[in-house]
Ligand binder design. Sequence first.
Ligand SMILES: NC(=O)c1ccc[n+]([C@@H]2O[C@H](COP(=O)([O-])OP(=O)(O)OC[C@H]3O[C@@H](n4cnc5c(N)ncnc54)[C@H](OP(=O)(O)O)[C@@H]3O)[C@@H](O)[C@H]2O)c1
Length: 342
Amino acid sequence: MAVNRQILLAARPEGLPKESDFRLVAGEVPSPVEGQFLVKINYLSVDPYMRGRIREGKSYAEPVEVGDVMVGGTVGTVVQSRHPHYQPGDVVVGYWGWQEYALSDGKDVHRFDTSLAPMSTALGVLGMPGMTAYFGLLEIGQPKSGQTVFVSAAAGAVGSVVGQIAKLKGCRVVGSAGSQQKVDYLTGELGFDAAFNYKEASDYVAKLQEVCPDGIDVYYDNVGGALTDAVFQHINVGARIVVCGQIDQYNATEPPQGPRLLWHLIVKRARAEGFLVFDFAQRFGEAQGQLAAWLREGKIKYRETVVDGLENAPRAFIGLFGGENLGKQLVRVAEQGSKGTA
Ligand SMILES: NC(=O)c1ccc[n+]([C@@H]2O[C@H](COP(=O)([O-])OP(=O)(O)OC[C@H]3O[C@@H](n4cnc5c(N)ncnc54)[C@H](OP(=O)(O)O)[C@@H]3O)[C@@H](O)[C@H]2O)c1
C-alpha cells in the first residue's frame, strides 16, 4: 500500500513554535474519482504568514484547527488523472499543505511552465513571494529613479526580490539582514548599495543615517518593531512605507508597546500602507512574465534554502524566525521524477 505522510497541527503554539506543536501521521494515498487528479508533491513552502494561521481566531483567513493538515503552497506532479484537463506528468501549483500526496479537482490550481525556471521557483521568485515583492514595491512603494529604497529582511524570499527590482528601477538600495553572510550576499551578489546586520547595530537611527545619508523615500517593511520605529524617524517628505510583514511580532504573546511615531507621517506628508499579495491576484500572470524575463536576462538572481523530507517541515518553518534561510525556504518532499504512486 502506498503511504501518504502528512503533518498535522498538534497544538497551538505559545510564542515561538516548537517541533512538538506538529505531528507526523501516515495514511493511505487517496485515489482520484471522475473529475479529480492525484498530485505527488515535490516541494512545499514554509512561510512566515503560517504563524498567523496557527493562532486562535481569524485574521484574513480561517485558522488551521488542531488536528488539521498544515496549510501551505506546494508544487508537484500529476501522477494519476481522471480529470479532462490534467495529465500525468503535468507540473501543478496548489495549496495542498504539508503532505506527500493530494487530490484536486483543478480549482485554484495552475500549471507551472518548467521551461521558465526549475519547478521550485513556483514557490519563490516566480511564486507568491515574487508576486509580493513585485506588487508591494511597484504599486504601493512606487519607487522613482534616484530615490532611496530601504528594505528589511532583505536577504529573504521577498526582500531579495524587492531590492533587485528597486535597483532595476534606478534606485539607491539599502537592506538590513541578520548575519554578515547575508550582508555580503546583498552587497556582493545582489548589487545592493549598502546593507547592515541589524543584530549588531545598537543604534538603528544612527545606522540608518550612515547607510541612507539622503533619507529614505521608500521603506519596504518586512519586520516591524524597533527597526521600523527608527525608519519613521528617517523618512523623507512624501515617503511611502510598504507594510508587507511584521515578523518581529509574529510570536509575541502580548501586544507590543512601541513608540507612537505616526506624527512623522504628518510632518513628512508620508504614507504607510498595508497590502495582501492576493489583492493583485488578477495580475499574477503579468508579474510572473516580467520576473521570468528578468531571470532569463540575468537581471534578477535568487537563492533557495532547501531542507529534505516532509518530516523536517516544522524545523524549516521554525527556522524562519531565527533567520536560518538565505532566500526562499523550501522543503523538498520528493525529487522531481522520483518513483511513487503512478
Ligand atoms: N503582505 C503579504 O501579502 C505578504 C506576502 C508574503 C510575505 N509577507 C511578509 O513578508 C515578510 C518576508 O516574508 P518571506 O516569505 O520573504 O520570508 P523570509 O524573509 O524569506 O524569511 C523570514 C526572514 O525574516 C527575518 N527575521 C526573522 N525574525 C526577525 C526579527 N525578529 N526581526 C527582523 N528580521 C527577522 C529572518 O532573516 P534575518 O536573518 O535577516 O533575521 C528570516 O530569514 C514576512 O513578514 C511575511 O509575513 C507578506
